[in-house]
Design a protein around this ligand. Sequence first.
Ligand code: NAG
Ligand code: NAG
Ligand code: NAG
Ligand code: NAG
Length: 363
Amino acid sequence: MRTKNFIFILCSVIIISFVLIAFGQNKPEAIQNIVSSTHQQLRNFQDNLRDAESKTLKADEKYLKLLGFTKTPRYYPNDIWRNTSLPVIVTSVREGQESQVYSLMSNIVRIFPNNTLLVYDLGLSTYTLKFLLNHCNSSRCQVQMFMFSNFPSHITKEDTHAYRPLIIQDALQATGAVFYIECNYRFSKHTSSDKVFAVYEKLTKDTHRGIITWPMNSKNPVSSLTHKKMFEYFHTDSENFLFLPMVSADVIMVVNSKFVHHEIMLPWVQCTLTQDCLIPIGAQSGGCRFDKKPLYRYSGCHNYDVSALNIVLGVKTKFDYNTYTYLDNDISFNIVPLAKAIDMLRKYEQNTTTESRYSDTQL
Ligand SMILES: *[C@@H]1O[C@H](CO)[C@@H](O)[C@H](O)[C@H]1NC(C)=O
Ligand SMILES: *[C@@H]1O[C@H](CO)[C@@H](O)[C@H](O)[C@H]1NC(C)=O
Ligand SMILES: *[C@@H]1O[C@H](CO)[C@@H](O)[C@H](O)[C@H]1NC(C)=O
Ligand SMILES: *[C@@H]1O[C@H](CO)[C@@H](O)[C@H](O)[C@H]1NC(C)=O
């Protein structure tokens, strides 16, 4: 009995030893694999991590240069387009939205016959671009390419609108003064050019303003629609934004003054170019929950470029909402659903010899 037990134990020990030796030999290799792949991932996210740790707004010089942040920047009123009335109206178009441009153009031509419409191409197909150029290829309406490939890859993420601050800056430094409007927005019927030019004149005179935005329909405070991490990049705290209403970035009028260039556009663009600032880990645009009380608590959805703009404006104006927000009713907008824009374009195209090419009686 004893010998049997002894042999059993001996066998067990030998087997266990073999197993241990086998694993022991594999172990360093397995660990090495894990280490090297982790290392690689770390290296991939190195820039991101560096930004996240230091929380500084320091975009790559090469991107900033492309956008006019140079040692000798262009400023209003010396460096402007002199072949059009200012502000230049700027919009941007993605594949699928091109039908909007025709009715936007009708709308602009009616109110601003002397102001160029600059349409940024956000990566249209050759066919669509040709279609667009049928309606927009003159001194009144110009198509401008936006070279996504010159910028970091997160700029192409559609829902973050990361291209928007870059387009506004690009147009602003070239032309001197810009009225940016999303391509599905139209100036409402009662909006007159006089009212718009009056606001514009005011902006050009006050060198410490130079930018005017429109309120968001929902009166949510900035803190409820902005991820906490973004505030750190601007060395501020969400506590400062609990009662500051959010403004929209769908419509903005801006003049390229020194103040705007250095104090507004630069930090806005820097944050946009820094992935961890614009899109902090965990930030998402959907799934907002406004049932949480109080209203200023973070709703769980982040507004990316709009959030960044609101922080910049808040900080730079000492939270003086009225200085950068248009609060009258004289300039207002309608939103045109894509289906309606497509319908209008079809009707227009059936009218091949129409004289009222740019009439927008339907709006
Ligand atoms: C456009 O320019 C013409 C000629 O300079 C001028 O008479 C007209 O008032 C301008 N219209 C607007 C809306 O600025
Ligand atoms: C745009 O206009 C220019 C100059 O008038 C012309 O040469 C060009 O062919 C036009 N492009 C299209 C696509 O119509
Ligand atoms: C105005 O001039 C600029 C160059 O100064 C040019 O790039 C732009 O295409 C011109 N715009 C119009 C509407 O002619
Ligand atoms: C089509 O032409 C008619 C007659 O000229 C005009 O009344 C109508 O507004 C035009 N429709 C469009 C969409 O241009």
